[in-house]
Design a protein around this ligand. Structure first.
Ligand code: TYM
Length: 334
């Protein structure tokens, strides 16, 4: 049986938060224990520039996200980590797909609709094309599984439609990847508003806990987190705020939600939050210690990113050659 390929990525914008960790990175780390797979993790800076970025900050963020991937537990000996813009094949395939995808498919993308509503006249064509570039990211490597949070589901469905369309016209060329996530942590909500997802762009900083937050900030935000009426600590749709805190607790402790419900039966919200704050401070300070060591070793990080880039190009360049041949982007032999 041939090896499976897993692919995922994160935009180097804002600060990575608990949602990014529990919805994405933690699954990646677990996938490493499967010996029969190739794992590629990308820092998707071409996606980041769909909205304006400060060049100096973007350059720094590319490095920081790479360091955080490793600090969170990705083993560079086991996985490939690379920066999207260092492999030109992603943008190349995106142009080809852009020429095949009907506008109507793109106009249905809910993330585009939400973001373009906020950005108004400033909305870029790149933001509209964003999901096409995302499809290219993993289709170039014949990924089988794409571990991402729930908010990316529609983009994965679009990618499947693009792959099927291409395969129908030109013959079997692309694998159709499946989304992979764990139900409870696939959508971590804001600590201030359990009906909206934890997000890098939230203007209220108390709704989010970032992976590099100080002990003070972590404790303060957990203490301030909204709770539901009643006093039972149970995982229920009627208790979205407590369910969210339980999902975070379970994600970081490895204790199942039903075990946590038993452990906290009869305990008040305040004590439960204190325990959660302690757990998060401990787990995040481990990540932060590792992060500091890695970010201070620029040559080590460069070596990993160079190797990741070279590996990525060695695979994607073959796919691009095949696609060009199939669609006629080559000279005739006669
Ligand atoms: P991005 O950078 O917004 O988020 C990175 C990952 O974190 C997940 N995530 C969450 N999961 C649970 N709860 C939350 N509140 C939460 N917020 C974010 C996201 O689902 C994602 O997995 N389009 C992607 C980046 C991308 C990509 C790719 C991913 C570009 N190309 C190819 C996979 C494969 C994005 O914007 O992620």
């Amino acid at each position: 049986m041939s090896k499976l390929t897993y692919f995922s990525g994160i935009q180097p914008t804002g600060n990575l938060h608990l949602g990014n960790y529990l919805g994405a990175i933690k699954q990646w780390v677990q996938m490493q224990s499967d010996p029969d797979c190739d794992l590629l993790f990308c820092i998707v800076d071409l996606h980041a520039i769909t909205v304006p970025q400060d060049p100096e900050i973007l350059r720094r963020k590319n490095r920081q996200v790479a360091a955080l991937y490793i600090a969170c537990g990705l083993d560079p000996k086991r996985v490939k980590i690379f920066i999207q813009s260092e492999n030109p094949d992603h943008a190349y395939l995106a142009w080809i797909f852009s020429c095949m995808v009907p506008m109507g498919w793109m106009e249905r993308m809910t993330q585009y609709k939400d973001k373009s509503k906020k950005q108004g006249e400033r909305t870029s064509v790149g933001l509209f094309n964003y999901p096409i570039l995302m499809a290219c990211d993993f289709m170039l490597y014949d990924a089988d599984l794409v571990p991402v949070g729930d908010d990316q589901k529609q983009h994965l469905e679009l990618a499947a439609d693009i792959g099927e369309k291409f395969n129908n016209i030109y013959g079997e060329t692309f694998k159709i990847a499946k989304i992979y996530n764990q139900k409870e942590t696939s959508r971590i909500m804001s600590l201030q508003n359990p009906s909206s997802k934890m997000s890098k762009s939230d203007i209220d900083p108390s709704g989010t806990i970032n992976l590099l937050d100080s002990t003070d900030a972590i404790e303060k935000n957990v203490r301030r987190a909204v709770t539901d009426s009643g006093k039972d600590i149970i995982y229920s749709p009627q208790k979205p705020a407590i369910a969210n805190l339980l999902a975070i607790y379970s994600g970081f402790s490895g204790i199942s939600i039903s075990e946590l419900e038993k452990k906290y039966k009869g305990v008040n919200y305040g004590d439960f939050k204190n325990d959660l704050a302690k757990l998060l401070v401990k787990e995040l300070s481990d990540i932060q210690d590792k992060y500091q060591k890695i970010i201070n070793k620029p040559e080590y990080l460069d070596r990993i990113l160079d190797e990741g880039r070279d590996f990525a190009i060695s695979i994607s360049s073959k796919k691009i050659a095949l696609v060009k041949e199939k669609i006629g982007l080559s000279r005739s032999h006669s």
